[in-house]
Structures are given as structure tokens and as C-alpha cells.
Design a protein around this ligand. Sequence first.
Ligand code: MG
Length: 388
Amino acid sequence: MKKKNVVILGSTGSVGSNAVKAVLEHRDLFNVIGLVARNNVDCLAAQARQLNCPTLITTAGDKRAELGALAPVGSKILSGPEAVRELVRREEVDSVLCAIIGTGGLLPVIDALLAGKTVALASKEVMVMAGDLVTAAAREGGGQLIPVDSEHSAIFQCLRGHPMNEVSKIILTSSGGAFRDYPAAEIAAATYEDALVHPTWEMGAKITIDSASMMNKALEIIEAGYLFGLPAEKIEVVIHREAIIHSLVEFIDGCVLAQMSEPDMGFPIRYALFYPERRANRMKPLNLAECGRLTFAAPDRKKFPSLDFAYQALREGGTLPAVMNAANEAAVEKFRAGKIAFPRIWAIISKVMALHRPEPQTDIATVLRADAWARAAAEEVADENTEY
Ligand code: MG
């Protein structure tokens, strides 16, 4: 493998710092030429020192001076979203890992794909909000998308060497989240701390809340639809609490391929970084005898209406997936602040989606407008003194 020049967006988050760890194990294979983070400039500066990375960007403008004081002497310190867009387009960049939470990854990912770069995508919001635009950018610019989300990495791996017309459906696995065994009444009384306890995966706070509501799986249904060009009816979800099988592909002859590993994001991150090669690593290999039993169950669509939102959003397309995502983010924020009970997250999303008139994804501005509209609508719906 030729040494790759890599940029990491969101390097101080859960996926980003995991990627830094993987790169440090293979210093001979990667040059990290840019690191981007928001507030955690201490960590960013420390990563720059470890990786000998020349360019550092904080997307928070007011952190620039602080970062400058902490960063290794001679580092180039920049701030703001335009600097990120300029960085990913640079001639020498081969690969961009996008692990920014929320909407900040959207423009840099599109820029990188238009410039023909490989994009390892961990930020599912990017695909959910603008799947049509992102896939069009890849086609137009010749860039390639490699999923980092564990389910999508699993499907990507199972699909390798198979034409899409041989695929009958894909099956996303879900651990079920913190509330999988809660009766509905207990979900209604659940606190932020309850929702933050994930049974299997260690992840950031927002995604753990999304796992508890199963909105994470809803986002992943849409992400899969755009990534693999599949309609809603070819995407299924199965509850698999052990989180050993990360997803499956069923082919037209009835055969099913699954991808398995220990539940650790280190695996899909490494797969995406090394793609198209595989490399030996220091991760814990799977011991099936130790796993003992793997179980599967149908999701409870009544208790967890999230999957229905996703199927509707994927079917109608256009700006509806972006609206679903934004309404969820606004509702999760309300729940985090203690302003609403957990089930109102679903009620808010459902109401905001019903109020929206979807438009085609003609450009980024249209998508961002729908996103802003949905956040404002979610605020209004949340403030209404109703049963929603
Ligand atoms: Mg996932």
C-alpha cells in the first residue's frame, strides 16, 4: 500500500480518536496532514504532536488563539468551515475521514468527493440529509465513499464482488438500545442518564440516546438506502443483542452473508482506512465459542416507531430525511435539557414530518433550509401544550 495522506474531521470525538489510535499503529502507512475539531483544542494539540500533523483547524473561531498557544511550534493553525473545505480539496489529500457530529460534515464531504478523494464516512447525518447530492458528487468527481458506520461497513464488505442485481435485501442488525427490555410505561419515565447506558457499544452521547429511541437505526436505514441505492422495501432490521453480527446481505438465491467481529468501532474504522486492503492489527479477534449464543428477534415497531419514520422518509425522499434528522436532533436536545419526556422525541418527529412538504434535493441550500425549518418546527411542537 502506498502511503496515504489523510485528513481527519472530528479527530477528538469517539470515532476520530479511535482513528488516530489506528493510524499511530501504522505510522509507515499514513501521513496525517490535517486534523479538525471544534472545542477540544487540548486534545487536538496533543494529537498533532503525536502524529506530527502540520495543519490544525478548530471550527470554533474563538478557540483559535488557545489552539495556537497549545499546538506544536510551526503548526499551521486555522479556524472556521471555509478552512476545512479548503483543506479536504488540497491536491496532496488522498483520503478524508469524516467523523463530525451533526451537519458540519456535509459541505466538506461533498467537496472531497467532487475533488475525487476517498471519503471514509462516519457522520451518518451527511448521508441522511443529502444522500442524493452526496452520491451525485461522488459520481461527478470520481470520489469514493467508504462507510465507517459498523452496519454499513458490514454490508459494504458482504457486497464486495457481487453486482447489486444479485442482492435481494440487506438486513441491518440492532442491539435494541438501552430501552429494548423496558415496558412502554418505563420508557415514558426514563431519564437522560437511563438513556445513556448502552448495552453493548461505547459511543458518544447523542448516538447513545438515538440508540435508546432506535432513531439511530432509522438514520441507518436511510443511510443504507442512499449508500447502496436500495429502496425502503429492501432494507430490514433485526434485533441482535450480542452485536457480533454487524449486518447481513441476502442474495437472490436465498444465501445470506454476514460480517462478524467483536463490537468495537476499531474494526470498521480500520477497514475504511486500509481499504481496499486488509491489514493485521492489535484488535481482539472474535472467539465464537466464547460468544456462545447469538440471538435474533423482530423489532417492536409499536414501542419504537422510529423505523416507520425512516421508511416513510426514504420512500418520499427529497428533503424529508433531512427534516426527520433535524427534528430528532432538536427533540433530543429538549430531552437532554429535561424539558420533555422520552416518548415525546417520537411525537415531535412524527408531527414535524407530517407538517413538512418535501422538495427535491436540488442543492445544499434547499437541504439546509429544510433542516432549519424542521428545527424551528420542532421547537414549536415541543412548546405546544398538547398530548404529542
Ligand atoms: Mg451503526
